[in-house]
Design a protein around this ligand. Structure first.
Ligand code: HEC
Length: 107
């Protein structure tokens, strides 16, 4: 009895709630970002932020905001227009997985 109830629920939950981000697709998509954000997610342009190691939540929110016009930048608004929701998740998963080490200055 329990089994009959649990299984359909599980199938429903997995299919509707969570889209598992595809990191290798994120890696492939990141080729169009690396000119500005760096291949390793560290930018050499002082106007362009680093993406390496940012939380996936933050990256996703930033891209959705650019896409919806809630955040505006001539370069990023254009870039985000062309990205689907799942591509945004894949890119967020890719860049958030970069490991960053930090050295705080001793003063
Ligand atoms: C033409 C250069 C350029 C390209 C290409 C580009 N970006 Fe950006 N990106 C920028 C700049 C400049 C900013 C800072 C804009 C601002 O001030 O809001 C930025 C900001 C961002 C931010 C917000 C970061 C933060 O700290 O708030 C994210 C996330 C981001 N880019 C992701 C991407 C992704 C993913 C791609 C590839 C699909 C991409 N960008 C392609 C130049 C670029």
């Amino acid at each position: 009895m329990m089994y009959k109830l649990v299984l359909p629920c599980l199938v429903l939950c997995l299919s509707s709630v969570s889209y598992a981000a595809d990191m290798s697709n994120g890696k492939a998509l990141s080729a169009q970002c690396s000119a500005c954000h760096g291949k390793n997610g560290l930018s050499r342009d002082p106007e362009t932020p680093n993406l390496a190691g940012l939380s996936s939540l933050y990256i996703e929110k930033a891209l959705v905001d650019y896409k919806k016009g809630m955040r505006q930048d001539r370069r990023m608004s254009l870039m985000a227009q062309g990205l689907s929701k799942s591509q945004i998740k894949d890119l967020a998963a890719w860049y958030s997985s970069f490991e960053v080490t930090v050295k705080v200055p001793e003063i």
